[in-house]
Design a protein around this ligand. Structure first.
Ligand SMILES: Nc1ncnc2c1ncn2[C@@H]1O[C@H](COP(=O)(O)OP(=O)(O)OP(=O)(O)O)[C@@H](O)[C@H]1O
Length: 249
């Protein structure tokens, strides 16, 4: 998985990460994973396998019970929430299935919100380039309620990238979209990594979506069971079928 390592430093490193919940649930069980800069990585696995917990721990939304997490060269697992919030603002972008745009703000304001919260001015060339690239140029003064689902998700992708984060975590980014809009968002995520050297980690249930990523991490029972490179949707579906059947035994 290291072929995308553009400048030697990994965007995200997890070492021996464990997350247990009250009641004895071991949601992550000794997970070690390196996400090279410029990677487009999918995370798949059956419901309850630990995908969301992995995303939450890797992004600093949650804290592992043990092990370490480094994002953009900053070790975040030992930090208190206020400091993790600063690292998240500067190093992490998020894209959610439900877009999570602020309805009272227009597109332009939504896109620059994370920067304003961080007290930073926008890099106009970077933002204008992104807006142009995703075809939102004529929509900057619309409210989110005046956009299609696909357009809303494109706004969310630009917002996630506005601060040039070390990594974008996308949680089922195509889950609410029809197949044409889903394909556009996947094209966009792939182009961001291939053309702009951005790093994307995408949790998905959809083998066709995962097939657009460079590599796919397969999870079962809180563990990474394998990492598949360049697999087709059919190969992933077949592989996951076997992992799930194995997990059920
Ligand atoms: N807050 C919590 N308290 C207790 N157990 C939890 C909590 N959150 C998750 N779990 C458990 O941890 C395990 C992993 O959950 P997680 O949400 O990471 O799985 P997932 O692969 O994202 O599932 P899905 O595909 O259904 O979203 C599951 O057994 C789940 O029930």
């Amino acid at each position: 998985m290291s072929r995308r390592d553009l400048n030697g430093q990994a965007a995200v490193v997890l070492k021996g990460v464990t997350r247990s919940y009250r009641g004895g649930v071991l949601a992550l069980d000794d997970v070690s994973l390196q996400v090279p800069r410029g990677a487009f990585l999918a995370v798949m696995g059956q419901s309850g396998s630990g995908k969301s917990t992995l995303l939450h721990c890797a992004s600093g939304l949650d804290v592992p019970t043990s092990g370490s997490v480094t994002v953009g060269g900053v070790e975040i697992s030992g930090l208190r929430e206020a400091k993790r919030a600063v690292v998240r603002r500067e190093q992490v972008g998020f894209v959610f299935q439900s877009y999570n745009l602020v309805p009272s703000l227009d597109v332009q304001q939504n896109i620059t919100l994370p920067l304003r919260l961080a007290g930073r001015g926008p890099d106009r060339r970077w933002l204008d380039g992104l807006v142009e690239r995703v075809g939102l140029g004529g929509l900057l003064h619309r409210s989110p309620s005046e956009l299609s689902g696909g357009q809303r998700q494109r706004v969310a992708v630009v917002r996630a990238l506005a601060a040039k984060p070390a990594v974008v975590f996308a949680d089922e980014p195509t889950g609410a979209l029809d197949s044409a809009n889903a394909a556009q968002i996947l094209d966009l995520l792939a182009a961001l990594t291939d053309d702009l050297g951005q790093t994307v980690v995408m949790v998905t249930h959809d083998a066709a979506a995962a097939a657009r990523a460079h590599d796919t991490v397969v999870m079962a029972d809180g563990r990474v069971t394998e990492i598949l490179s360049g697999a087709s949707a059919d190969e992933l579906a077949a592989r996951l079928g076997r992992v799930w059947a194995g997990a059920a035994r």
